[in-house]
Design a protein. Structure first.
Length: 516
C-alpha cells in the first residue's frame, strides 16, 4: 500500500487515517472485504424493499413522517428528496479539512456493511475525495442528533451532482460540473441510501479527532513554555521532583512535571537566586503548572478513548445486522462525542487562563524579580509587551465563554419526534475556535518568556540548554528578541505558527529527548 493511500475496510478506521485524508489529502481505496460487505447488506435491503411490510428508511417517510408507506415507484424520489430538503445549512462555509473528515468518516460507516448502501455509491464517495472535490457545507444546520444531518446532506448533494462544491483549485463551482470534469458519474440513490448518507456523528467526530491532535501538541508546548516562565522568574524546580508527583498519581500530572524538569535540566536560573528576593514558594501559576496541564492531559486521554470507540462504530438508523434484520436504533445520538468536546473546551480554557497569569507575572516589575517593566527596552519610552498581554487576556476571556457546554442544551425538532438532541456539532465548532485561541495564548507566553530569559542571560545568568535551543529556533523562525518597540503583530503571528506547527517541541527534543 502506498503511504499516501488509506484503505477503508469493514472494522472502522484510525485517527491517523482521518487526519491523513482530511489534512494531507491522502487517497482513499475500498478494501475487497468492504465491497463484499456492501454487496451483502444491499441484498438484504433489496429483499426488504420487495416486501409489502413497511420498513423505516426503506419504504417509509422519515422522522415524524415515518408513518407513511412509500410505494416502489416513489422511493427513488424519496431518497433524492431527503437529501435536497435536508441540505438546509446556513452561514459561513465550513473549513475544507472538516468537510473531508466528514465525508471520509461517513464512507467508513458505509463500508462497514451496516447501512445497506450499494458498493458503487461508496466508490463514488471515494472518487469525490480523491478528486479533491469538497462540498460546500455551512456552519449551521446540525443539532448533533439523527447525526450531523444538514452537513452530511450537503455532501450527499454533491454525490448527486447537485449544489455547489469547491474544486481542487479552490474555486467553487456547480457540483455537476466538477464531477463531469473528473469523469465521475452522479449517483442515482435507491432505497435507504439517501438516509444512510446523512445519519451519523461524522462531523463532530472528525472535528474531535483533529482537535485531539492539535491539543496534544499544544499541551506539550505549554509544558515547555511553563518551564521557560519558571526559569525566567528565577523559580524553583524542586516542585517538579518525581517523588512529589508520585504521591498524587494522576498520569498527566506526572508527565507534565517530567517534561518541565527535562526542559529545565542544567539551568543556572532555577532555585539559586531566591535569596535576592526571598520566596518560600512560587505563585500558583508557576508551582501548579503540572497539576493544571496534567489534568488537561488526562482529559485528552479520556476524549481519545471516546474518539477511538466512535471510530470503530457504524452509526446509522436503521442498521443492517449480520442476521439480516434491519432495525431502528438511537446510535446516531451525539451525546458521547458532545460531552468530551465540551470537556476539552473547559480544559483548554483553564490552560489558557494559567498561561496568561504567568505572562502577566513576567511583565509586572513588582512580581518578576528584577525584570524590567513589561520587558521593555526603555520603559516609559517603550511599552514592551504590555499590549501583547492585553491580546492574550482577550483570548482567555473568549476561551471562558467558549467553555460553556453546548451539550447541556437541547431543543426539540421534527414535530417533537426528535425531542432531545446533543448539540455536538456546536460543541465541536466552538472547540475549534478554542484550540486556535489556545495556540495564540501559548505563543504569547513563549514570546514573553524567551525575551525574559534573554534579558536574564544579559545579566550574566545561564539558561538551560533546552531553553537556549528553543530561543535559537524561535529567532530563526523570524521572531525577534529584546529591543526597542516594534510592530508586534507579525512577531506574535510567527510565534503562533511556530507553536501550532510543533516547532517548539521539535526544537527542544534534541536536548531533552522525546517529551510526553
Amino acid at each position: 500500500m502506498d503511504m499516501h493511500t488509506v484503505v477503508v475496510g469493514t472494522s472502522g478506521t484510525t485517527a491517523e487515517d482521518v487526519i491523513a485524508v482530511a489534512r494531507a489529502g491522502a487517497r482513499v481505496e475500498l478494501s475487497a472485504a468492504a465491497v463484499s460487505a456492501l454487496a451483502a447488506a444491499r441484498e438484504i435491503v433489496d429483499a426488504l424493499a420487495a416486501k409489502p411490510e413497511p420498513v423505516y428508511g426503506v419504504s417509509t417517510g422519515f422522522g415524524a413522517l415515518a408513518t407513511r408507506h412509500i410505494s416502489p415507484e416513489l422511493r427513488a424520489q424519496l431518497q433524492r428528496n431527503i437529501v435536497r430538503s435536508h441540505a438546509a445549512g446556513m452561514g459561513p462555509r465550513v473549513e475544507r479539512e472538516v468537510v473531508r473528515a466528514l465525508m471520509f468518516l461517513r464512507l467508513k460507516t458505509v463500508c462497514s456493511g451496516r447501512t445497506g448502501v450499494r458498493p458503487e455509491v461508496a466508490q463514488t464517495m471515494a472518487d469525490v475525495l480523491n478528486a479533491g472535490i469538497t462540498p460546500v457545507v455551512h456552519e449551521y444546520g446540525s443539532l448533533g442528533c439523527s447525526g450531523d444531518l444538514a452537513p452530511l446532506s450537503h455532501c450527499a448533494l454533491t454525490l448527486m451532482g447537485e449544489g455547489d462544491a469547491e474544486g481542487p483549485d479552490g474555486v467553487v463551482r456547480p457540483a455537476g460540473e466538477l464531477l463531469a470534469a473528473h469523469g465521475i458519474t452522479p449517483v442515482e440513490l435507491r432505497e435507504k441510501e439517501g438516509l444512510a448518507l446523512l445519519n451519523g456523528t461524522d462531523g463532530m467526530l472528525g472535528m474531535l479527532v483533529m482537535a485531539l491532535a492539535d491539543l496534544r501538541t499544544l499541551y506539550t508546548s505549554a509544558d515547555i513554555t511553563a518551564a521557560l516562565s519558571l526559569e525566567a522568574l528565577l523559580g524553583t524546580d524542586k516542585v517538579l521532583a518525581p517523588e512529589l508527583h508520585a504521591i498524587r498519581p494522576h498520569p498527566g500530572q506526572g508527565a507534565s512535571a517530567a517534561n518541565m524538569l527535562r526542559v529545565l535540566a542544567g539551568s543556572g536560573l532555577t532555585g539559586h537566586h531566591q535569596d535576592d528576593a526571598p520566596r518560600v514558594q512560587d505563585a500558583y501559576s508557576v508551582r501548579c503548572a503540572p497539576q493544571v496541564n496534567g489534568a488537561g492531559r488526562d482529559t485528552l486521554a479520556y476524549a481519545g478513548i471516546v474518539a477511538d470507540r466512535e471510530l470503530a462504530s457504524a452509526v446509522d438508523n436503521p442498521v443492517v445486522l449480520p442476521d439480516g434484520r434491519v432495525e431502528s436504533n438511537g446510535n446516531f445520538h451525539g451525546a458521547p462525542v458532545a460531552y468530551v468536546l465540551d470537556f476539552l473546551a473547559i480544559a483548554a480554557a483553564d490552560l489558557g487562563s494559567i498561561t496568561e497569569r504567568r505572562t502577566d507575572r513576567l511583565l509586572d516589575k513588582n512580581r518578576s524579580h528584577g525584570l524590567p517593566p513589561f520587558l521593555a527596552d526603555d520603559a516609559g519610552v517603550d511599552s514592551g509587551l504590555m499590549i501583547a498581554q492585553y491580546t492574550q487576556a482577550a483570548l482567555v476571556s473568549e476561551m471562558k465563554r467558549l467553555a460553556v457546554p453546548a451539550s447541556a442544551d437541547s431543543i426539540p425538532s421534527s414535530a417533537m419526534q426528535e425531542d432531545h438532541v446533543s448539540m455536538g456539532w456546536s460543541a465541536a465548532r466552538k472547540l475549534r475556535t478554542a484550540v486556535e485561541n489556545l495556540g495564540r495564548i501559548v505563543a504569547v507566553e513563549l514570546y514573553a518568556a524567551t525575551r525574559a530569559i534573554e534579558l536574564r542571560a544579559a545579566q550574566g545568568l545561564s539558561p538551560a540548554p533546552a531553553s537556549l535551543a528553543a530561543i535559537e529556533a524561535l529567532r530563526a523562525a523570524g521572531v525577534e528578541g529584546p529591543g526597542p518597540d516594534r510592530f508586534l503583530s507579525p512577531d506574535l503571528a510567527a510565534a503562533d505558527a511556530f507553536v501550532r506547527g510543533g516547532k517548539l517541541v521539535a526544537a527542544v527534543e534534541p536536548v531533552t529527548g522525546t517529551l510526553a
